[in-house]
Design a protein around this ligand. Structure first.
Ligand code: GLY
Ligand code: MN
Length: 461
């Protein structure tokens, strides 16, 4: 936990930004996997963590801007809780740790919200994503479930996004910590993977490193020789000669700041020529995209430039043809690069995705593309100092997509379909790093993890 001062000044800024009203924050609760008492690993809501810092279930908080009151709602443990789960500080003590002096039992929340509604005070809340909190909000505010998302407060969303987008020095230090563990996860996988190793064993290995780092995974491990499936969470293969292994995984710290790194390497110790050719194209796009990062440029332009570089590389290999500027403008490259270049990262791996990508990644100056591939870009707007984002270009050979596009005669002027026959079982390559935008440029966070062909082969030798 940061100091009480950090949380207090974040709340003070929020009050200033909103000016009036009552802000309602709901924490997350334990959730049963297969019966109520057998729960998923508890994960606190990230905005609750940002403003109130307390990493426990069963909490809510309000900031009554008009009455200048902050109240933490929660219940002290019963003796039965203590017998089964151990003890913890009282709600009063937890509140004091984050600068909140007033605390009330959870059941008092309904009355406080009811009084606010009766008095006509405007109530700000963030879009809920967990069913339990949706039901609670429905009861507290008398808003039907399907209307809750649109009833969420846009001024609150904007104020939260404004603050959480710009990382402070202590947050960046925490993200470096996440990336140190994430780096250890990747080097462990790179050292251990060999022909005959199961993906499951490696997934277990990297999960263990994340947990040993004091936190947990920041998202489910992607570790697969079917790297052409973008979010492939299956680990059922055994590593076979000639395949590439794509590992997209990261740790979050005990305070829940995330790392998100991808590396791809050959199961054999060395890249084949065919693998190296594609790998070098992706690496060139990644390194070049990072080199261009600075305040003021739009991430959409960085995305399109990376797409163009990769398309030019594929043209040199004879897999694409024609005018690559035009190909990218029309979306032909998306056969090979069907996702965005990256996203914000912080307390969430896709930072603040629950608040809406239109607020986090876009603004009135940058419109979301409607083209397949480019439309998936999560961050497009102008970069500012303090943003932390991922840079993750990739090239994939997705047999089903190739077949569909070929059948529909899509972009035949740009895509050399006959040449793709030899790549049907290639898999996919993605390379990803996490980058801080600084006042006059950028800084790649974390310790370097091998990514040049020479460095990857050296680690694997
Ligand atoms: N690490 C998975 C993603 O960025 O979507
Ligand atoms: Mn990512």
């Amino acid at each position: 936990m940061f100091s009480a001062n950090t949380y207090q000044s974040r709340r003070d800024q929020l009050k200033k930004d909103l000016g009036s009203g009552l802000v309602l924050f709901l924490g997350n609760n334990d959730l049963g996997m297969n019966y109520p008492g057998n729960t998923y690993h508890f994960r606190q809501d990230s905005s609750f963590l940002y403003f109130f810092g307390i990493d426990k279930p069963g909490l809510a908080a309000i900031i009554d801007i008009d009455a200048n009151r902050e109240i933490l709602f929660g219940d002290d443990l019963s003796m039965e809780d203590i017998v089964w789960m151990g003890t913890m500080p009282s709600i009063k003590q937890l509140g004091a740790q984050v600068g909140v002096q007033e605390t009330l039992q959870f059941r008092r929340l309904a009355g406080v919200v009811k009084n606010a509604r009766k008095s006509g005070q405007s109530i700000h809340f963030l879009p809920p994503y967990r069913d339990a909190n949706k039901l609670l909000l429905k009861d507290l505010l008398n808003i039907p479930l399907p209307k809750l998302k649109e009833a969420a407060s846009v001024p609150l969303i904007r104020a939260v996004v404004d603050q959480r987008s710009v990382k402070s020095a202590e947050e960046i230090a925490e993200m470096e910590r996440a990336l140190r563990t994430t780096g250890h996860m990747h080097t462990a996988a790179m050292r251990e993977a060999q022909i005959g190793t199961s993906e499951a064993a490696l997934a277990g290995l990297v999960t263990g490193v994340a947990v040993a780092g004091g936190g947990n995974l920041s998202y489910p491990v992607i570790l697969t020789t079917d790297g052409q499936i973008l979010h492939n969470h299956h680990h059922h293969h055994t590593l076979e000669k000639g395949r590439l292994l794509l590992g997209d995984f990261g740790a979050e710290t005990a305070m829940h700041y995330a790392g998100d790194i991808t590396r791809t390497f050959p199961v054999d110790r060395k890249f084949t020529t065919k693998q190296r050719e594609i790998y070098e194209i992706v690496l060139d796009a990644e390194v070049h995209a990072i080199a261009t990062l600075k305040p003021g440029i739009t991430y959409q332009s960085v995305h399109l430039e990376a797409a163009l570089r990769m398309a030019e590389g594929l043209k040199k290999l004879g897999l694409m043809q024609g005018d690559m500027q035009e190909a990218v403008q029309l979306g032909a490259h998306a056969l090979f690069f069907p996702h965005g270049l990256g996203h914000m990262i912080g307390l969430d791996v896709h930072d603040m995705e629950d608040l809406g990508e239109q607020y986090v990644g876009y603004d009135e100056t940058v419109q979301r593309s409607t083209l397949f591939g480019t439309a998936y870009l999560r961050l497009a707007r102008q970069l500012q100092p303090g943003f932390v984002l991922t840079v993750e270009p990739g090239l994939y050979f997705i047999p089903q997509l190739i077949d569909q596009w070929k059948r529909k005669k899509m972009f035949e002027q740009f895509i050399n379909y006959p040449a793709l026959k030899k790549y049907r079982d290639f898999g996919g390559i993605r390379i990803e790093d996490n980058v801080l935008i600084t006042k006059d440029g950028h800084r790649v966070l974390g310790d370097p993890i091998p990514k040049t062909v020479a460095d990857v082969e050296a680690l694997r030798s």
